[in-house]
Design a protein around this ligand. Structure first.
Ligand code: 1GP
Length: 233
């Protein structure tokens, strides 16, 4: 039987390899430049993530279709809300915003997404999503109306990540917010990784190779970079 997308991530981790996901925000993506975009992302890229905090209807599907037409990399949805779910992708990060206390993003959007999921063959990957303070107001905080967790409260961050794992999450995603001034710190990554037995994703504010390697060395299994590869106009 063919390996699932989750098994693929899990085997990367068990073999001590690292993943790199490039995040594409459909609102900022020009499908006619898909080939140029794919040519400028790193060759070690393992995944394409597609999503944004607010995306116009239909944009996600057009973006996923363009990417699938030009690349064999797995395309994962990383949706800001249920309207961004399209059957054209390979997998869906089924996010629950565990750092916040807004029921709409803990479970409300998830319930609303089911009719779309039922009409698809998407692989669903339960993901505990923690928004940490990246030093500036993030779109996630604004849209979800939740506050990020302070990065110096490591115990609460670790406990929240573990609560996610015990509730059945298959991945934990530590997010500093797109365009964060301060990425997730080494100390936070190290402590969370030590506590978890599931793979750890880290993103937000990672722009350089050295920041990426700091995250990997601290224990990130998969790093997400978005802004660094957006076209600067
Ligand atoms: C946002 O973690 C991602 O969800 C990527 O952030 O755009 O800052 O790379 P950047």
């Amino acid at each position: 039987m063919r390996e699932t997308h989750y098994q693929h991530i899990y085997s990367l981790v068990s073999e001590g390899r690292k993943g790199l996901a490039i995040l594409i925000d459909p609102d900022k993506f020009n499908a006619s430049e898909t080939a140029e975009f794919l040519a400028r992302i790193p060759t070690e890229t393992t995944h394409l993530f597609v999503g944004g905090s607010t995306v116009a209807n239909g944009q996600t599907e057009a973006t996923v279709t363009a990417l699938k037409g030009h690349s064999k990399l797995p395309v994962f949805l990383f949706p800001g809300d249920h309207t961004q779910i399209t059957a054209k992708a390979d997998a869906l990060l089924f996010l629950s915003l565990l750092s916040g206390r807004n029921a709409e993003y803990l479970v409300g959007q998830q319930v609303k997404s089911i009719s779309r999921i039922k009409r698809s063959q998407l692989e669903i990957i339960a993901t505990g999503y923690l928004l940490l303070d990246g030093g500036n107001e993030s779109a996630v905080a604004r849209v979800s109306n939740t506050r990020p967790m302070p990065q110096d409260d490591i115990d609460t961050i670790v406990n929240t990540a573990l609560a996610g794992q015990y509730m059945g999450a298959k991945l934990i995603y530590l997010e500093a917010g797109s365009g964060a001034h301060v990425p997730v710190s080494e100390n936070v990554i190290r402590a969370v990784k030590k506590a978890l037995t599931i793979p750890l994703i880290v993103g937000g504010g990672i722009r350089t190779n050295s920041q990426k390697h700091v995250a990997y060395t601290a224990g990130a299994d998969l790093v997400v970079m978005g802004t660094a590869f957006e076209k600067m106009n």
